[in-house]
Design a protein around this ligand. Structure first.
Ligand SMILES: [Zn+2]
Ligand SMILES: [Zn+2]
Length: 171
């Protein structure tokens, strides 16, 4: 493979189904060829604090087409696909706490955008309630921002997400 080609394929990081913008940006920053963060990239793209806001699930005001176009200059996904990383228009979002279905994480480790919808009570797929924090009673540590999520265990008590899945209540 030519050097240019590998560069290209890494830069065109394919998003997963229902992946949240926060999780996707984190993956994008951590690519070896990129290794950046929202601050330096935001400066380079003149997106200011906007990337930071998206990572934190603050979508009010919603992304403008100009901002999306700038985001597209480095992701190359196209505006239509990019929009799928954001909540649909008029879908109320609860930025905190970061909620997860640990059972989903065990199968495919990424944060789903729909977990932060106000209307989402549980995981339709597993019929389990979402976890708002580490379920270990003595711990209760909040989950990290999806953009910063790299290890699949509680960063305070070390409980693996696989174990957390067994503690989710049916819904
Ligand atoms: Zn699930
Ligand atoms: Zn914990």
């Amino acid at each position: 493979m030519q050097k240019d080609e590998s560069h290209q394929s890494l830069l065109h990081l394919r998003p997963w189904d229902d992946e949240s913008i926060s999780h996707y940006l984190g993956r994008w920053y951590r690519q070896e060829v990129v290794s950046t963060d929202s601050h330096s990239l935001g400066k380079g793209l003149r997106l200011g604090k906007i990337l930071w806001r998206w990572e934190n699930f603050y979508f009010n005001p919603p992304p403008t087409s100009q901002e999306l176009q700038k985001l597209d200059t480095f992701t190359g996904l196209g505006i239509e696909r990019l929009l799928l990383l954001f909540p649909p228009e008029h879908e109320p979002i609860k930025p905190r706490p970061v909620r997860i279905c640990a059972a989903c994480y065990t199968e495919a480790p990424y944060h789903r955008m729909s977990w932060q919808y106000q209307s989402t009570e549980g995981c339709e797929h597993h019929r389990l309630r979402l976890l708002p924090k580490c379920p270990e009673p003595k711990c209760g540590e909040p989950f990290p921002l999806p953009s910063q999520l790299t290890v699949l265990q509680c960063k305070k008590c070390g409980m693996p997400y696989k174990t957390m899945a067994k503690k989710q209540k049916p819904y």
